[in-house]
Design a protein around this ligand. Structure first.
Ligand code: BTX
Length: 327
């Protein structure tokens, strides 16, 4: 059974927006027999698609499975670049590793890697990222912006805004951003973003934006060591969230806002970011590799650097740190 043809048939059926298509029509369009069409229907059913077979009318897809396979994402996707190519694997070590490899093999701008579970999902500084099977969105986006390397860090902030907008659109939740890369619900982490860079003497070759979004986990789906700090959209809203719709929204807003950043700079996005931030105006402790600073987080600069004013009145630019609220 040629699975690519199975998916092409499924795509054709989904695009017919609920109307049944006859076995003969599908057979003619795909240049195969009606028996072959019937076998493709069986294959789809085995993959979790619910197919209604209406007498004299034909086949109709009634529901699609809760997977992140390209076909389930690309139907209804409103982007021009991001997600036009999606690489999907049921399981992997880390989508970042696959995306780096694809970027080196010249994968186009906007290529997306999606998986159901990661065995070595990673956060910043090689920390572990817990990626429960079929419960979250574990994804990497390859971007190839034509900007100098010093403009790369803001992509994390811009992506955070995009994710918050997507969550707001798909659920009734109102997440907050903790500088630089955590998205919080009720003070607990529901999303992490990891931006990695491939560059050479000519500048940025690719940005690999890794997104880990906790969607439908219950508390016990998380590893013990993160149960106290992590949460999911379902745990806060009390409802199972459609992961496919969420991925489409994240891709849409990521395309919109990264393009806005490339074309118009950080100005408007900085205002949006600050409006979602829990950090700004708050007393915080910033832990860096070698030292810690305490003070008030006054804002972020145009290059995304956190501005922290210590008790002695000095303003410090923080490029990378773990932030704790101290109030
Ligand atoms: P981070 O360094 O800010 O956060 C990592 C820390 O977050 C961990 O040390 C742990 O305390 C906590 N943590 C681990 N797993 C979870 C979780 N599921 N929910 C909440 N907190 C957790 C954040 O790094 C960046 C994470 C990016 C993950 C994506 S998933 C797709 C892509 N592939 C990949 O390997 N990484 C990215």
């Amino acid at each position: 059974m040629n699975i690519t043809v199975t998916y092409k048939i499924a795509k054709r059926m989904l695009e017919s927006t609920g109307e049944a298509l006859s076995g003969q029509q599908l057979a003619d369009e795909f240049g195969i027999s009606r028996t072959a069409i019937w076998k493709h229907m069986k294959e789809l059913e085995e993959k979790g698609y619910e197919i209604e077979s209406v007498k004299k009318k034909g086949y109709r897809i009634v529901s699609i499975p809760d997977t992140l396979e390209p076909i389930t994402i690309q139907i209804g996707l409103k982007t021009k670049r991001i997600g036009q190519r999606i690489e999907y694997v049921e399981s992997c070590t880390s989508t970042q590793i696959i995306a780096h490899q694809l970027a080196q093999e010249n994968a186009p701008d906007g290529t997306v890697v999606l998986t159901e579970t990661q065995t070595a999902g990673r956060g910043r500084m090689a920390r572990k990222w817990d990626s429960a099977a079929h419960k979250g969105v574990w994804m990497s986006i390859i971007l190839r912006p034509n900007v100098p390397p010093q403009k790369a860090p803001q992509f994390t902030l811009v992506t955070a805004v995009a994710i918050v907008r997507a969550i707001e659109e798909v659920t009734a939740l109102q997440p907050k951003i903790k500088w630089p890369n955590d998205i919080l619900l009720n003070g607990k982490k529901c999303t992490g973003i990891l931006t990695e860079l491939q560059s050479d003497a000519d500048g940025i070759q690719a940005l690999i934006v890794g997104i880990g979004l906790n969607v439908n986990q219950d508390k016990e789906d998380f590893d013990l060591e993160v149960q106290g700090i992590a949460t999911s959209l379902k745990m806060i809203s009390g409802q199972t969230v459609n992961r496919q719709e969420l991925v489409r929204a994240v891709l849409f807003y990521t395309e919109l806002y990264t393009q806005m950043y490339i074309d118009e700079g950080f100005g408007m996005l900085k205002i949006l970011w600050e409006s979602y931030s829990t950090t700004i105006g708050q007393p915080v402790r910033a832990r860096m590799t070698n030292h810690t600073l305490e003070g008030i987080a006054e804002g972020i600069s145009d290059d995304g650097v956190l501005q922290l004013r210590t008790l002695d009145g000095k303003l410090h630019g923080i490029y990378s740190a773990d932030i704790e609220m101290t109030n």
